[in-house]
Design a binder for this molecule. Structure first.
Ligand code: HEC
Length: 278
């Protein structure tokens, strides 16, 4: 975890305004219900922060080394490894989690995709190692953590292959849907960059980039100059005046409403990254 000392960028820094808003969540937000389900026995973790640390580390390594894109569909663990993982999971995890989509605090299906799609298996491993078992993180040996990740991959329907998930082969493996889609699921905490524009009484971001996981740390200054996209994203539940930022290039953080954000973003923060847009 030595590499996570990179400072997180403060977007308002160079060119001005930063507007933060209260996060409005809704009741069926899965992470919240997971927290509630376990509230009686374990303290609720600030999961967003935990994921941030995990992915800042792994994302940095990844950016330096990834060349060809390997995915979870390429057979990145073995059946024998997953079988070992079943035993370890039964001892260390199954008291709180199920490996079935309809079980308690499930680690498969919708919950898995919401937290981990478009991340890497290295980030998944890092999250588990740094936070689980809850109350005793980091208490298992490295190989056992990898075995447990292998059984999580198997339970999510990804195929086994001929090579075990190893220390050096795990980092760059992308967790993506089979069709290769790069869209994030509903309720994922994301950021987009684009041009802040008024549309009637609503705010939208035009020329928006594809929504990315919010905890991924962009290199300093990237948002001000990166190529923009073609989307228009509706900004929902905006509770702060944004008029002063009209027409600027902004980074918007929030929760996706609908898969890929078809119905917009439930906004938590809007930060100016450049005066002019596009
Ligand atoms: C004592 C109960 C407990 C144990 C044991 C435990 N966990 Fe957890 N786990 C939690 C809680 C609680 C959360 C969710 C935190 C939150 O939502 O605030 C969580 C979250 C997770 C998540 C993130 C889930 C998501 O949808 O984002 C993963 C992955 C995970 N645990 C894996 C494991 C693994 C693997 C083990 C075994 C090594 C394990 N946990 C053991 C309580 C536990």
């Amino acid at each position: 975890m030595a590499r996570d000392s990179r400072p997180s960028p403060v977007y308002g820094n160079s060119s001005g305004s930063r507007v933060d808003m209260a996060l409005i969540t809704w009741d069926d937000h899965g992470m919240q219900s997971l927290g509630q389900a376990s509230r009686t026995s374990v303290p609720r973790l600030p999961l967003t922060c935990l994921l941030f640390v995990a992915s800042a580390t792994a994302g940095f390594v990844n950016a330096q080394t990834s060349t060809a894109r390997r995915t979870v569909w390429d057979g990145v663990y073995t059946e024998a490894q997953a079988a070992r993982g079943v035993t370890a999971f039964g001892q260390k995890c199954s008291g709180c989690h199920a490996l079935a989509a309809d079980g308690k605090a499930p680690l498969v299906g919708e919950a898995f995709w919401k937290s981990f799609s478009q991340k890497t298996v290295g980030e998944l491993l890092e999250f588990v190692r740094s936070n689980m078992p809850n109350g005793n993180p980091g208490s298992l040996d490295e190989a056992t953590y990898r075995d447990i990740v292998a059984v999580m991959l198997k339970s999510n329907g990804f195929p086994a292959g001929n090579t075990e998930l190893g220390q050096n082969t795990i980092g760059d493996v992308q967790i993506v849907p089979k069709d290769g889609s790069t869209e994030l699921p509903a309720n994922a905490l994301v950021r987009v960059v684009g041009c802040l524009t008024r549309s009637g009484t609503d705010w939208v971001v035009t020329n928006a980039t594809t929504p990315e996981r919010a905890e991924r740390v962009p290199p300093a200054g990237e948002d001000a100059t990166r190529p923009l996209g073609k989307r228009t994203m509706a900004l929902k539940f905006v509770v702060t005046r944004l008029d002063a930022l009209t027409g600027s290039r902004v980074a918007v953080n929030g929760l996706l409403i609908g898969a890929g954000g078809v119905d917009g973003i439930n906004v938590t923060a809007v930060n100016r990254v450049a005066q002019k847009c596009p």
